[in-house]
Design a protein around this ligand. Structure first.
Ligand SMILES: *Cc1c(COP(=O)(O)O)cnc(C)c1O
Length: 401
């Protein structure tokens, strides 16, 4: 594939106001106009390059948006206060009362709760389907469907969406394909594969330091303009705007994303192979045993690997909790939700990030009690980490020595 997401970020050239190598931070909520006419034109959306009010846009947010659009290969992007602050306005912009969404059933718990419990209040219904089965996706489409929604690599089961196949279905039925690419930045470029809108929670790998929440919507200029429209734009009117100071700090972290992703992926693959060889039920898209291993390979930029997320199943919630506590006590990582940190993070999704999903549905989608989700860190010596993790597992009789 000739599209190079990390080069596209690197090739952007920004100068600060005084020739600084970082763009200046715009520490203002509002902007002066030299003439009253320009202010009117800006409200009408006809004064390119003029800033109005920072809930609409700000120079710092536009810099970060431009870099993320370059990474995803979309015309432009809009950054938001959180990942949910990107997902919810996109769905509300595209769907009205009476409309219908086809969504993967394995998605981030907050997105699931929004689709299942919140958006029905606006008379918008969702069918949850097995996203790895394009036939099931197509069968769920009805005359009111507006959107197909999924994650390129799903939370927490690491199912992989066949983005080109879904894009074909979306085109055929005149729907928008929205992909949450939070788990696979740089590795997968959904827009290049046919997605209409690409969303990230910047909170995770992209920012990478677990010090803020943030989000982005990448798409066409027309769609991003719609989201920012002062009269009916969901981003503008719902108000989940990122702060300029934070946009500047996320942009600085974005520049090392390619180096971090390579290390996350390298470490995760190493551990996944070891865990599997040890007889643990291990799910990682980089393993040949993963049902969508070949599909992932066909969509990926190989330099960045299969990502930093893996799961193991240790049989029961009690065992999972014991293991996570022991690993934390041995400083192998933190028992915490979220992902993309320099330290390994682990949690039991059934009782944490996916607890919004009712128990019987968890069972049906294969989310078992003993599942531990790992976000593998940037450890320099992953072999040492593995040996220490193995000792913890032996101590708890999860692995027999
Ligand atoms: C964390 C996460 C979100 C939500 O992002 P926030 O920044 O927490 O609002 C959405 N999708 C995925 C896949 C996530 O992991």
């Amino acid at each position: 594939m000739s599209f190079k997401p990390a080069n596209n970020i690197q090739d952007l050239q920004y100068f600060g106001e005084f020739g600084g190598v970082n763009p200046s931070i715009s520490d203002s909520s509002t902007y002066t106009f030299l003439s009253a006419k320009t202010m009117f034109d800006t409200f009408e959306g006809n004064a390119d390059g003029c800033y109005l009010y920072s809930r609409h846009s700000s120079p710092s947010n536009l810099y970060l948006g431009e870099a993320l659009a370059a990474m995803e290969g979309t015309e432009t992007a809009n950054v938001t206060a959180s990942g949910m602050g990107a997902i919810t306005p996109v769905l509300l912009q595209l769907c009205q009362s009476g409309d219908h969404i086809v969504s993967s059933r394995t998605i981030y718990g907050g997105t699931y709760a929004f689709l299942k419990n919140f958006i029905p209040r606006m008379n918008i219904k969702t069918s949850f389907v097995d996203i790895t089965n394009p036939k099931a996706v197509e069968a769920a489409i009805n005359k009111n469907t507006k959107v197909i929604y999924c994650e390129s690599v799903s939370n927490p089961l690491l199912e992989v969406a066949d983005i080109p196949a879904l894009a074909k279905i979306a085109k055929k039925h005149n729907l928008k394909l929205i992909i949450d690419n939070t788990f696979s930045p740089l590795s997968i470029s959904p827009a290049i594969l046919g997605a209409d809108v690409v969303i990230h929670s910047l909170t995770k790998f992209i920012n990478g330091s677990s010090d803020t929440v943030g989000g982005v919507v990448c798409g066409t200029q027309e769609f991003i303009n719609d989201l920012r429209n002062v009269n009916n734009g969901a981003c503008m009117l719902l108000g989940a705007t990122m702060d300029s100071l934070r946009a500047a700090s996320v942009l600085k972290n974005l520049r090392t994303l390619h180096i971090r992703m390579k290390q996350h992926s390298k470490n995760a693959l190493f551990l996944a192979e070891k865990f599997e060889a040890d007889g643990l039920k291990t799910v990682y898209p980089g393993l040949k045993s993963h049902p969508s291993h070949e599909l992932f390979k066909s969509m990926m930029h190989p330099d960045y690997g299969f990502g930093g997320m893996l799961t193991i199943d240790v049989g029961s919630l009690d065992k999972a909790n014991e293991l996570m506590e022991l690993m934390q006590n041995n400083n192998l990582g933190y028992l915490a939700v979220s992902l993309g940190f320099y330290k390994t993070l682990f949690s039991a999704p059934g009782t944490s990030t996916s607890s919004e999903i009712p128990e019987d549905e968890q069972k049906e989608m294969g989310l078992s009690d003993g599942l531990i989700r790992f976000s593998i860190g940037l450890d320099d010596d992953i072999e040492r980490t593995y040996k220490m993790m193995r000792q913890c597992m032996e101590q708890l009789n999860i692995l027999t020595a």
